[in-house]
Design a protein around this ligand. Structure first.
Ligand SMILES: [Cu+2]
Length: 170
């Protein structure tokens, strides 16, 4: 009997420890999920997109970007060309998901007085930089709240066919 008693006592202690650990486990899980939320907030730090516009009608830099929904996006365009703004100006126009690029590009041609930003298609425009001449740069800040693929283009006449990229929102 003495042996049995000694055996049972540690077993009871182990049971109590397991029960206590079970309680702590629940608390730990909650703490883990709270810290995961904090990690997610850290991931949501602003993202920076830098593009350069060239005299050969191209962008270089971050033309294919992935961001998180709601993440603050800071986009800088630098016109690194030398040709005059009147013949080789560049901008960046962020368009709503699914915008018909060709239709937008054609409409932009008729918006010269507004730096090729067609006012009648403003509902398709999320954000845009200024139209830049050689050596100029502009920075804009915006966010995309809905997952999807967003095209951006240079709306200077004819440039959209070559000067374009995408922001994919996860
Ligand atoms: Cu351009």
């Amino acid at each position: 009997m003495k042996t049995k008693k000694l055996f049972l006592a540690p077993a009871l202690v182990v049971f109590m420890i397991l029960t206590a650990c079970g309680g702590n486990q629940k608390k730990d899980n909650r703490e883990v999920s709270e810290s995961s939320t904090m990690d997610a907030l850290e991931v949501m730090e602003p993202i920076t997109i830098v593009l350069e516009g060239h005299d050969n009608m191209t962008y270089s830099g971050d033309t294919q970007v992935s961001v998180n929904a709601g993440q603050e996006i800071t986009l800088t365009l630098k016109n690194v060309g030398e040709l005059p703004k009147e013949t080789m100006g560049h901008n960046v126009v962020i368009l709503t998901s699914g915008t018909d690029l060709a239709a937008f590009g054609v409409a932009a041609i008729n918006a010269k007085q507004n730096d090729y930003i067609p006012a009648d298609l403003s509902s398709s425009i999320i954000a845009h930089t200024k139209l830049l001449g050689p050596g100029e740069n502009d920075t804009i800040t915006f966010q995309l709240d809905t997952p999807g693929v967003y095209d951006f283009i240079c709306s200077f006449p004819g440039h959209w066919a070559l000067m374009k990229g995408t922001i994919t929102v996860k």
